[in-house]
Structure formats: C-alpha cells, structure tokens
Design a protein around this ligand. Structure first.
Ligand code: PMV
Length: 322
C-alpha cells in the first residue's frame, strides 16, 4: 500500500557541524531546533513486488545518480529492519528550493523514514523513527518530533536521537526565511561536516557547546526572547567562522546575505527585536516574535534583491497524511 508522509524542515538555533561518526552520522555536539510550518516535504512510498529496482522521483525528476543512491541506501536499512527484499517507488516533493540552506535533507529524510516504515508495515516509536532518520541526514532526526526540539549527541547508534522540548504552541516564534539564492550549494553539508575539524576554531566551538545549550534551554524555558535571539545569532556566526576557516574554506554566503545581516543589525539598533541565523546556504532565517512579524516583513520587503520571504511558525513533526 502507498503511504504519504509530510515532514517539516527545521531551523537549528544551536547547530550541528562536525561528526563523531561519519557513517552513523553521530554529531560531535548536541543541537536545538524549531520545526517550520511553511517549508516541508511530501513523500509517498510504495513497495511493489513487480519492480526490479527502486524508483526515486524528487521534485518531478527521476533520479539516477547520487541522490538516488542515498535514498536507496536508506530504503535498504528499512528493508533490513522489516526483513523484506521488495523494491519501492518513492515520490518526493519539496514546497521550497532544495539545497539552499532550508534543510531539504532534514524534511526529506524524515518524510522518507516515516513513509517507508509505514509502507512496509512497521509501527515504530518516535525515538526509533528519529534514530533511523538520522542515518539518512543528521538534522532529519529533529524533523520527527513536534515543535521545539533537542537532539542529544549521544555516542552510539542507539543514543543519538531527538525529542520534543516544547510543543509548537508553546511560544509564537517566527522564522521568516529570506530567499536570496535558489541554486543548490556546491559543497553539500555531508561533505562540509568532514572539514569542520580542520578549522583552528573548531575545538573552542565544541568546548563552549555545553554551556551554550544550557543557556538557550533556559532562555526557552523563561521565554526570554532577547537572550534567545542573541544566542541564536552568535551561534550562526560561530558556525560560519568555522566553515570559512576550514581547509578548504567554505563560503555559503552571497553578497545579499551580508547585506541583509547588516540591515537586521541596524534595525535592531533602532529598537526592532529581530535576529538572524543561517544554515549551509545563502538564505537568511530572520527570527522574531509573532507580535512583530508584520512590521518585520514590511521592513524586509524594502530590501533589494529579495526574491521571496517564506513565513514560518513552530510546527508539528513528521506525520502520515493518507
Ligand atoms: O543534516 P545535514 O548533514 O544536512 O547537516 C545540517 C547542517 C546545518 O544545517 C548547517 C546545521 C543544522 O544543525 O541543521
């Protein structure tokens, strides 16, 4: 039977960059994120005995190479768990440009995990789904549970998974994604993670992580938006410093990215409470509270070269929708 899963992308407030175990995608630090209501992947999976090989469609394109291989590897893990050899047809659609720092691998592998597990007849716990999604793409483990999420790094396959800290309606935080670039990135995050340790700043990043995670969890608990925003912004700059100083260096920003950052900092100095974060791509995630989002959107629309703004509230995690 065909099952369709819907999974949100997520934005990391505290980010995962660098792995303890490459193959199992176990990170060197824990991370904290929010699932996003406006950017998601819909994935239908059907196991079909008449198929000689897996068929993988992503955004209406029949995949034949790297992307297909990654999906097939993930299907193999789920087939092994279910004890069946049957090939599958997978049809996945994103409602946003993939590979540009809006976490399409997170929503994609979370939806694939839930869709394939359901289609094969496995009824798995949220923890198990999160562990499995992590094997496809690390950040995908955070798109399984609802709302505001913590991924505890763990140190083995069975201990590295994500769980909900607070449900979506806990706090009306908005993530306004400013799309400045639509092209896929040249260096994937999977490749980027392997370079992290070559940055001279990586050790100090990791040594400060424990206290940063404690602080942001306190800001979430106290609903202290200024504290939350400052930590989010410092963390994004910290991760991009590591990226830009790795060997070879990684620059995910475009000129418009920096232009937007400077505007955000200027508007904040004028009293508007907004902060930014950026993942492995040029697009900027503007973080504000629901009460100021209309005003912030107006300001953002006044910027040159902005292609699109995608408004997000906190969202539930992955669900079967058929
Ligand atoms: O899960 P991956 O391999 O796509 O890595 C995600 C990396 C960042 O988006 C830059 C940070 C994060 O924690 O989401």
């Amino acid at each position: 039977m065909k099952y369709t899963a819907k999974a949100p992308a997520n934005i990391a407030f505290i980010k995962y960059w660098g792995k303890r175990d490459e193959k199992l995608r176990i990170p060197l630090n824990g991370s904290i994120s929010m699932n996003l209501s406006g950017v998601f992947t819909l994935t239908s999976v059907e196991f079909d005995k008449s198929l000689k090989e897996d068929q993988v469609w992503i955004d209406k394109k029949l995949e034949r190479k790297k992307e297909k291989e990654r999906v097939v590897n993930h299907l193999d893990i789920i087939r092994k768990l279910a004890g069946i050899p049957t090939k599958a047809s997978v049809n996945s659609e994103n409602n946003f440009p993939k590979g540009t720092g809006i976490a399409s691998s997170a929503s994609g592998f979370a939806a694939l995990t839930l869709g394939a597990a359901s289609a094969v007849g496995l009824s798995l716990s949220e923890k198990k789904l999160s562990l499995l999604a992590r094997l496809g793409s690390g950040s995908a483990c955070r798109s399984i549970p609802d709302g505001f999420v913590e991924w505890k790094a763990g140190n083995s396959d069975g201990t590295s998974y994500a769980r909900t800290l607070y449900p979506p309606d806990y706090w009306d935080i908005r993530d306004l994604i400013i799309v400045v670039g639509q092209k896929g990135k040249k260096v994937s995050s999977t490749e980027g993670h392997t370079l992290a340790e070559s940055s001279p700043f990586f050790k100090s990043r990791i040594s400060g992580m424990g206290s940063k995670i404690r602080e942001i969890k306190k800001a979430l608990k106290d609903k202290d938006f200024s504290k939350l925003g400052h930590i989010i912004e410092e963390e994004a700059i910290n991760m991009h410093t590591v990226m830009m100083t790795s060997n070879p260096p990684l620059f995910y920003w475009l000129p418009e990215t920096l232009e937007t950052i400077l505007s955000i900092q200027y508007w904040r100095s004028q009293g508007l409470e907004i902060y930014f974060t950026i993942d492995a791509g040029p697009n900027i995630h503007v973080i504000c509270e629901g009460k100021s989002s209309e005003k912030v959107i107006k300001k953002l629309r006044s910027l040159r070269k902005i292609r699109n703004i995608i408004e997000n509230k906190p969202s539930i995690g992955a669900r079967i929708i058929n």
